[in-house]
Ligand binder design. Structure first.
Ligand code: NAP
Length: 364
């Protein structure tokens, strides 16, 4: 993984952000960006109730219970739906063309229709270079067309609205850890710059998590990457690059370090509760142990912080533990055995020999 920390001009205007999928991550990112002055546009979920709740949580935005072309009013579209919904959301969004902003019925350039004024500064061209035909390029009757140089042609494209690529100039980022930007290809084909922005933090929806100093896996083509880096800077995150074909493994690591640690601590709390502890007391009893273990890990690394019967090769105690766990659901024993094997593999001084001894104990 490479560290990505390039600066972009601080004087850049803040892009309007549309949020599609405004649950735990969408709300938190929306809120943080809004706090930093980024304008919020459409906030889309599948029900008006949740979209309105999201707008309240973010502090800004237009709630909507359906995907429609209004999303194209934004410069940046953040897709924070559940992972499984991203492909269909991308396909639906790509189908929107938006209205060519300045086209009149005759296909000409209609300044009055939307109250916007576009000026170019090219002395050799008149205003016809900004006129659109049905393909969104300068019209054939444009007498200046012969004089359009490469540079001027790009001016014509920017001034016009390319109906084949209505998403040109838009940036679309998803927040999924396991997927790369290929899932956004339908929008890329329509001209959008696409990428991913995955904050390596846990968003429970209860509190706004601290993003300062947390890593954020970014991916994308150059415009999307520049935007993702800019968001990271705003949020205080450290942008990291994860190779596209390694994102699933990267995300598995994140899940081991967050959700799986939580599952282990929750199981420990439930065991104490079965012994008569209140939930509060169980958590209070266990957390100093977990905190100290993590603190030791941070300071001294894994093997030197490893304690417990497996670290001492104490198979008798491991057998006792497995026997005691019989009164709990099967998953307790299975997880205990699997984590013991993993601990031996990763942390023991002589993992091969320790593993052999352990196999016998776990069979018993
Ligand atoms: N939670 C985390 O800790 C975390 C951390 C980093 C990255 N991520 C990633 O961020 C993304 C979102 O995760 P999350 O935890 O925020 O999920 P979430 O809390 O379940 O929120 C998902 C949101 O998407 C909306 N939604 C679902 N299907 C939709 C659709 N077809 N069109 C529009 N909106 C739709 C849901 O609202 P309705 O149900 O009301 O439609 C909800 O607002 C995922 O890709 C996840 O992997 C999560």
């Amino acid at each position: 993984m490479r560290d990505e920390g390039k600066a972009m001009s601080a004087s850049q205007a803040k892009p309007v952000v549309a949020i599609v999928g405004a649950g735990r991550v969408g709300r938190a990112l929306g809120r943080r960006l809004h706090q930093r002055g980024w304008p919020i546009g459409a906030v889309v979920t599948r029900s008006l109730r949740t979209a309105r709740a999201a707008v309240r949580a973010i502090g800004a935005g237009n709630p909507s219970d359906r995907l429609d072309a209004s999303v194209l009013d934004a410069d940046l579209i953040l897709i924070a739906t559940p992972d499984v919904a991203i492909p269909s959301v991308a396909r639906q969004l790509a189908a929107f063309s938006g209205a060519p902003p300045f086209v009149s019925k005759g296909g000409g350039f209609d300044l009055s229709s939307r109250g916007k004024i576009v000026l170019h500064t090219r002395g050799a061209l008149n205003r016809a270079v900004l006129r659109l035909n049905h393909r969104g390029t300068a019209t054939k009757s444009n007498s200046d067309r012969a004089a359009v140089t490469r540079k001027d042609a790009s001016l014509s494209k920017r001034g016009g609205f390319d109906l084949a690529q209505p998403w040109r100039g838009k940036i679309v980022l998803h927040t999924c850890g396991a997927l790369d930007r290929a899932v956004l290809r339908p929008m890329e084909r329509r001209g959008a710059a696409t990428g991913a922005l995955h904050p390596l933090q846990t968003f429970s929806g209860q509190h706004l998590p601290n993003l300062d100093g947390c890593a954020c896996a970014i991916d994308g083509n150059p415009a999307a990457m520049a935007c993702a880096r800019r968001i990271c800077r705003e949020l205080g995150c450290i942008p990291i690059r994860v190779p596209r074909n390694s994102r699933a493994a990267y995300h598995a690591a994140a899940v081991l370090a967050a959700g799986h640690v939580l599952a282990a601590v929750e199981a420990a709390a439930r065991i104490l509760m079965a012994l008569g502890f209140s939930r509060r007391k169980a958590i209070k009893t266990l957390l100093p142990l977990t905190r100290q273990t993590l603190s030791n890990f941070e300071r001294s690394g894994g093997p030197r912080s490893w304690t417990g019967p497996a670290s001492r090769g104490d198979l008798q105690t491991i057998r006792k533990h497995l026997s005691a766990l019989r009164r709990f659901p099967r998953e307790y024993r299975e997880a205990y055995a699997a984590l013991t094997r993993l601990g031996v593999l990763l942390l023991a001084r002589q993992p091969r020999a320790a593993r052999k001894r352990l196999q016998t104990a776990l069979r018993g």
